[in-house]
Design a protein around this ligand. Structure first.
Ligand code: AMP
Length: 503
């Protein structure tokens, strides 16, 4: 997962991009980058680390220009080298920089084509660099000294024919504008907005989540549609083309469960409202299937599950208590390679308020159970704090399959629910009872008939249905190999000598 942003402004955009990346920081804290363009020259800063560490005053001062793009990275394919920080750049044609959220599912084939037919070099293992080179090749094929929006869209139509997967992209074409586009199913989110600047000109921002636009005072125009491209030119004109046959969006369900900020709206569905509905539906399941429950208190596993947990407590008429306190100055557990580190970091991240557990039967609520590390550790903590019984409810169904569209999920063998039923998972994590949301309920929780045309989602991590239709067993086997823990640990070496033109 990553966060991307592009801004066409009437004054320097460095601060606006920095602020947007800070708002999108939850989408990736591994690396950050920004490229701006001023009088035909590009200014780039990218490195490993969160936004506030990557961009110091000395870097910001050099990021000149009224147009630029930014990226916050969460590694998908198991590497944390700063060589893979984005945006990526190619000098020909025009000088194109690109930032990408998602995952291409035919990278191996593309890479071969890029080497053998397009005669281009790829310097990292990142699919985003491959994507940039495919785009650059197709733009070159137009053979235009000064490309018009139509030339750019014609090239992009050929890019769409070559690439597969889930992706949202912003590309800065030096001297011409910012091109933004989204995969044909709308799996990864992308939205744009506008505002009048103080000087009276119109400015545009395109970003992964609406919250980035809100925070910077942009008015939301709309989500970019599946298979649609928008080109914001340097004269602040907006050009639109549907580059693949129109489809209704099938956004990633996991954005609503966990990834997106609650104050974001994706494809006209409020993430916050969806999480409230998840709580309501889970509470209804508890009432239906477990009428004689003896829960004394509902405790969320912070932060994401809080919205759903509060609804569960209210519906069941049971006290809601903040029994676990989160240290917000420590990275997300999931990012860290290796199970031992992950286990330890759950303890560093969450600490119980003992009297909320002592002699009580508690219902812990989490948004999802992936490896089971968090739930296992917290159940143990709850018992150490004196809980009588510990139940756990997950606002998402069992995560049984790998994600191939850009969400960092472990190898399938590391998913606690893979090949196990609820009782087996319950025993492994040491709970007295475990309840998962049903997939149909989760889907219903996210559908908002009044505001959104979305009726279907990418549900692959829950049901193994890969909507792009190109995922076979061989692909999943290669993924398993790339994602297992030992691979991640060995490739987690970072280098900082990789910037193309360091600042
Ligand atoms: P686990 O400890 O592996 O079961 O992970 C579950 C916890 O990690 C939940 O509390 C989620 O909030 C969070 N989580 C779920 N999916 C992801 C993800 N792809 N990346 C990071 N954290 C996640």
């Amino acid at each position: 997962m990553c966060g991307i942003v592009g801004v066409v402004g009437t004054s320097m955009v460095n601060q606006t991009i920095f602020d947007a990346l800070t708002v999108l920081q939850h989408r990736g804290q591994d690396a950050a980058g920004m490229v701006t363009s001023h009088n035909g020259l590009l200014c780039l800063r990218k490195d490993n680390g969160p936004v506030s560490e990557v961009f110091r005053t000395r870097h910001m001062k050099k990021l000149h220009g009224n147009i630029g793009i930014g990226h916050a990275r969460y590694p998908t394919a198991g590497t944390s080298s700063s060589a893979e920080a984005q945006p990526f750049y190619v000098n020909s044609p025009y000088g194109i920089s690109l930032a990408h959220n998602g995952n291409l599912t035919n990278t191996a084939k593309l890479k071969q084509e890029v080497f053998e037919s397009d005669l281009r070099h790829i310097n990292t293992t990142s699919d985003s660099e491959v994507l940039l080179n495919v785009l650059a090749h197709e733009m070159s094929s137009e053979n235009k000294l000064i490309p018009t929006p139509d030339d750019i869209f014609n090239a992009l139509e050929r890019v769409y024919k070559r690439i597969e997967g889930g992706y949202a992209v912003v590309a800065l074409i030096t001297g011409y504008g910012i091109l933004a586009f989204r995969d044909p199913d709308g799996i990864r989110p992308l939205i744009y907005g506008s505002k009048m600047s103080e000087s009276g000109g119109i400015e545009y921002m395109v970003a992964s989540e609406s919250v980035a636009l809100d925070a910077a005072g942009f008015t939301i125009e709309r989500d970019i549609q599946p298979g649609e491209a928008i080109f914001f030119d340097v004269n602040h004109k907006v050009h639109v083309r549907q580059c693949t046959p129109k489809k209704v969006p099938r956004p990633c369900l996991f954005e609503y469960v966990y990834f997106a900020r609650p104050d974001t709206v994706i494809d006209n569905i409020s993430v916050y409202k969806a999480r409230i509905n998840m709580g309501d539906r889970l509470a209804a399941k508890i009432q239906r299937e477990w009428q004689d429950h003896d829960i004394d208190v509902v405790i969320p596993i912070p932060d994401t599950s809080r919205t759903a947990a509060l609804q569960i407590a209210q519906t069941l008429n049971i006290p809601f208590r903040e029994g676990l306190v989160k240290n917000r100055y420590i990275g997300r557990t999931f990012i860290m390679p290796g199970q031992a580190v992950r286990k330890k970091s759950v303890r560093q991240k969450l600490n119980p308020v003992p009297f909320e557990f002592k002699d009580k039967t508690v219902l812990l609520v989490d948004d999802s159970i992936v490896r089971g590390t968090t739930s296992k550790e917290i159940i143990e903590m709850a018992r150490e704090a004196g809980a009588k019984k510990v139940y756990i409810a997950s606002a998402a169904p069992e995560v049984r399959y790998p994600n191939v569209y850009g969400i960092d999920m472990p190898a399938v063998t590391e998913l606690i629910a893979h090949g196990r039923n609820v009782d087996e998972i319950c025993e492994l994590i040491g709970a007295d009872k475990l309840i998962f949301q049903d997939l149909d309920d989760l889907i219903e929780a996210c559908i908002d008939e009044k505001h959104s045309e979305v009726r279907e989602f990418d549900t692959s991590v829950f049901d193994g249905q890969y909507i792009t239709g190109d995922i076979d067993d061989a692909y999943l086997e290669r993924l398993q190999e790339a994602r297992n823990d030992s691979k991640k640990t060995s490739s987690a070496v970072s280098s900082s000598s990789d910037m193309m033109y360091p600042m």
